[in-house]
Write a protein that binds this ligand. Sequence first.
Ligand SMILES: Nc1ncnc2c1ncn2[C@@H]1O[C@H](COP(=O)(O)OP(=O)(O)OP(=O)(O)O)[C@@H](O)[C@H]1O
Length: 321
Amino acid sequence: MGHSCGGSCGSDTQSSCHGADAQLAQQDIAITRSLGKIKHKILVMSGKGGVGKSTVAVNLAMGLANRGHRVGLMDVDLHGPDICRMLNLTGSLQPPENPNDLVPPLVYSDKLKVVSLEYMMKDRDDAIIWRGPLKIQAIRQFVADMDWGELDYLIVDAPPGTGDEPLSVAQTIPGVHALVVTTPQAVALADVRKSINFCRTVEMPVVGVVENMSGFICPHCGESVDIFSTGGGEKTARDFDLPFLGRVPMDPRVVVAGDTGKPYLSSDEETPATKAFAAVVDAVEQRLPPGKSAPTLDTISPASGGCGCGSGGCNPDKCDC
Ligand SMILES: Nc1ncnc2c1ncn2[C@@H]1O[C@H](COP(=O)(O)OP(=O)(O)OP(=O)(O)O)[C@@H](O)[C@H]1O
């Protein structure tokens, strides 16, 4: 009969516990190998569902790729993976010829590669009912197995909230920065503050806040109507001493673009929404320049003295106030 392992792995036997440790260590090596040639990794987060996180992720990826940067887009939203639909990508991931090789992502264009956890489902309309540890393991495996090659940016779309998926990404992808998407109304802003505090807790630097669905531009008279109010995202960014990356208005063409699988930024049309998305891309490029490695927590989310005091948390290692 086997004896219980004294560690925290919950394994029945010491040998299987050590086996699991070795497997995790192997996976860590594979993750480092898979992510080693990627300059910047950005996790697109939101406190609340339906605020346009996937829309921002797709258009950010598209905008960066349009400027000639090599971009990867990874959908780890197990419960509602939308990225492939938004890009009209219908292919499936092909296993490499040599089973020891990494899996090539789908190719959207020569500058944009895409993978989605959707490809782990037998039927894309199936609902996923997985407990936390299984989700964490799936995300680790997914990151470890992908052959991204050299990239300037990897954009990761996670489900809303501060659950297992964003936590797994924060813990699995070294050097990842969060980009927080919100809408301007008070209920969304309350949730976004939780997201920012989550980032502080897991020590994930925040590249900035985007306020989506900020005003509706009437297609008839061109006047802006503040359906969900406006300016709340910018104020929240200011309150937390974080960069504000821009405000994207509501535009029915954004919905059509997502539903028909043509990212809005792929159109040549100049509208307030395309200009706003382009401004967000400018801000990301400026804060995380493609030719440079990622700045540190202190430079990206400056707080008083760099310690976070007065803006949602204090890191005692850095605090001398
Ligand atoms: N600026 C915008 N103008 C008009 N519609 C928008 C805008 N941004 C997003 N939408 C629409 O809002 C809906 C929700 O967007 P999206 O799926 O990107 O949100 P999400 O936050 O990723 O959702 P989920 O919580 O399900 O992951 C979609 O129909 C999308 O087309």
